[in-house]
Write a protein that binds this ligand. Structure first.
Ligand code: URA
Length: 190
């Protein structure tokens, strides 16, 4: 089966499996050699039905600019494909929350199939959530960012280069330099 058919079939399976949720599917060039994996969509992503189009998306675009990569040339997806929310104690409104272990686990099979279909030469997990899905052992992004790893997913070897989540730079300005240094390293690799 060709890639397009495989990804359509997978997307249909995800949409059917989570028909009670607003699912944001992976997006971009399915023939890309790079797959970027975020945490989960936020409200803007749900509204526009596309990953990384909200505030974190702006940082994400800066990041692609540094790498001199066109957004439409890469494939972007999320570990968990719906927006995990909780009730805000302050406003009583709905706010984002990090995905639970269970949510990450329940999407893992889909994520692995997505990776198998895209068949990238490098996987870029953004932050701790995709790390939890990809690595069997527990790793913290603060310890593994900016280094190249080799992992096995369903018996296939992949290069993995973890980066901080772009939103981390919004809250922790001191990470900006680290982030840029990691991106420069990545640029040399790809
Ligand atoms: N953060 C993510 O991890 N993914 C998105 O799609 C948006 C924000």
């Amino acid at each position: 089966m060709i890639k397009k058919q495989r990804i359509d079939k997978l997307n249909k399976k995800i949409l059917e499996g989570y028909s009670d949720k607003k699912v944001v599917l992976g997006h971009g060039n399915i023939n890309s050699s790079i797959i970027l994996i975020g945490e989960a969509p936020g409200s803007k992503e749900v509204e526009l039905n596309k990953p990384f189009v909200g505030q974190a998306g702006k940082y994400f675009d800066d990041f692609l600019e540094i790498l001199e990569i066109d957004r439409e040339k890469v494939y972007i997806t999320n570990t968990v494909k719906y927006r995990p929310t909780k009730k805000s104690l302050k406003t009583e409104g709905v706010v984002n929350r990090p995905p639970t272990k269970k949510e990450i686990e329940s999407f893992k099979e889909y994520l692995f199939e997505e990776i198998d279909i895209i068949s990238p030469s490098i996987i870029i997990p953004l932050g701790n959530t995709p790390l939890k899905a990809l690595f069997q052992e527990e790793h913290k992004i603060s310890e593994v960012h900016g280094s190249l790893f080799n992992i096995l997913i369903n018996n296939i070897e992949y290069n993995v280069f973890p980066l901080y989540h772009p939103a981390a730079v919004i809250y922790r300005r001191e990470l900006k330099k680290v982030y840029i240094d990691d991106l420069k390293k990545l640029k040399k690799i790809i």
